[in-house]
Unconditional design. Structure first.
Length: 93
């Protein structure tokens, strides 16, 4: 749910306020290099409600974020924040 809120807040930003930056909690190195838009439109266009889902309270946006964006969510390791996909480490300032 945390990823979904960060993504929605990012999408609501005014483009003049730096919306091109990665959403909070996501790896800025991976954010600009992944091709999400093509997959997003395909997923939205072809999405059929699955009545046999494990959690009926999960919407399609949250399901998409969990499936496609959780890989670039930053993880806390000791005093650093690391991206599990590209292995880049960041030190909070």
């Amino acid at each position: 749910m945390k990823l979904l809120k960060a993504l929605l807040n990012h999408l609501k930003k005014d483009p003049k306020e730096g919306a091109s930056e990665a959403p909070e909690g996501f790896c800025p190195n991976c954010w600009g290099t992944q091709e999400y838009s093509g997959q997003f439109y395909e997923a939205a266009k072809n999405y059929d409600a699955d009545v046999d889902t494990k959690d009926p309270n999960v919407g399609w946006v949250q399901e998409y974020a969990n499936k496609h964006l959780s890989g670039i969510a930053l993880k806390h390791e000791n005093e650093e924040i690391a991206c599990p996909t590209c292995k880049v480490r960041y030190r909070p300032s």
